[in-house]
Design a protein around this ligand. Structure first.
Ligand code: IMP
Ligand code: MG
Length: 179
């Protein structure tokens, strides 16, 4: 596989992300104050860095679980078909659920995941997305907490990949293809 035909321009620094994660966690802690039944559900794989930082800033007792929905494969265009590749380990009936996602793009993934989780009768069902590309939306869905709204650019880093690479970048960068 040829990985040499693009460069990454920093869009959001590690420091800016850390500050935003801290303030998101404060808002979420306030909202769920007093709960003893919160499950933070990370959508694999893109949310793994974000969820790790976010839960460590939450001032709440939490359980962590993961769900994997099918994604882009190695292409940059979303498929409208969403499948569950790995389901939650735990039951969520009557639990408070916070779904943690890397990016809401067309909105198809989140719409599908919320539909599935809702059918299991959680108490509260909320969404925190690190990034939002509102200009790309096809399915009507909004996060309850959003880290950053970004333009229609393909981004990587802080857990987010291009063809499985660059998840380990500490910042978020936009991919610029070159000849
Ligand atoms: P949606 O179903 O179109 O909202 O797609 C959401 C998923 O597509 C995200 O969880 C990401 O995994 C992936 N995705 C969307 N935009 C990007 C991007 O700019 N870079 C990498 N992955 C992306
Ligand atoms: Mg994803």
């Amino acid at each position: 596989m040829d990985h040499s035909n693009y460069v990454i321009d920093e869009m959001i620094s590690a420091k800016t992300i850390a500050a935003r994660v801290e303030s998101l966690a404060a808002e979420i802690s306030e909202y769920f104050k007093g709960t003893d039944k919160l499950v933070v559900v990370g959508l694999l794989r893109g949310s793994f860095v974000f969820i790790a930082d976010l839960v460590r800033e939450l001032d709440l007792p939490v359980e962590v679980d993961f769900l994997e929905a099918s994604s882009y494969g190695n292409a940059t265009e979303s498929s409208r078909e969403v499948r569950i590749l790995k389901d939650l380990r735990g039951e969520i009936e009557n639990r408070d659920i916070l779904v943690v996602e890397d990016i809401i793009d067309t909105g198809h993934t989140m719409t599908h995941v919320l539909h599935l989780l809702k059918s299991r009768n959680p108490a509260r069902l909320k969404v925190c997305a690190l990034l939002d590309k509102p200009s790309r939306r096809e399915a009507e869905v909004t996060a309850d907490w959003t880290g950053f709204e970004i333009p229609d650019e393909f981004v990587v880093g802080y857990g987010i990949d291009y063809a499985q690479r660059n998840r380990n970048l500490p910042y978020i960068g936009s991919v610029r293809f070159i000849k």
